[in-house]
Design a protein around this ligand. Structure first.
Ligand SMILES: [Fe+2]
Length: 165
């Protein structure tokens, strides 16, 4: 996703060839070396989980939608932030479009249905909750149809090997 060619003559160190490192609680991720994983039950939606911190009810991830893909309508049971990296996307409930450079702050209680335009999209996002539940998926009448917990994100996360100090 990121063009590393200008850096190819440099020694990028351990992360140049290693997807993840951990030094105690500090983690670094070379997201270029992590494969996109299809999000279960959400066609055209993909995720790279960057960091998962169950003790702090937090998950950081890259999220990608194919052109014209949609993600289930949901309520946030967490604070969410997103920085759009690629493409143009929006929420079915509003008129605004997000594009590269757009930063979105969404407090707990936000309800919406994200969809990608014909360009598809990639965002960096972070969810910070107060418990294990991050999202509630909703039907058209607002009834809760499912919960996305940190365990849901954990299935897409490969924990880093601890590096020697
Ligand atoms: Fe959302």
């Amino acid at each position: 996703m990121f063009d590393l060619k200008p850096l190819s003559h440099l020694d990028l160190g351990i992360l140049g060839g290693t997807a993840r490192t951990a030094y105690g609680e500090i983690q670094n991720v070379n997201s270029n070396l992590i494969d996109w994983k299809a999000v279960d039950g959400q066609p055209g939606n993909y995720i790279k989980v960057l960091a998962l911190d169950p003790a702090r009810h937090r998950v950081d991830f890259l999220f990608k939608q194919d052109p014209h893909a949609e993600f289930a309508r949901h309520n946030h049971v967490c604070t969410a932030v997103a920085l759009t990296l690629e493409g143009i996307w929006g929420y079915r409930e509003g008129e605004e479009l997000m594009f590269p450079g757009t930063f979105s702050y969404e407090p707990s209680g936000s309800v919406h249905t994200p969809y990608a335009s014909g360009t598809g999209m990639v965002v960096y996002a972070s969810f910070q909750g107060t418990g294990p539940v991050m999202l509630e998926t909703l039907d058209d009448d607002g009834n809760i149809t499912g919960e996305l917990t940190l365990d849901f994100f954990a299935q897409y996360y490969d924990a880093p090997a601890l590096q020697p100090a």
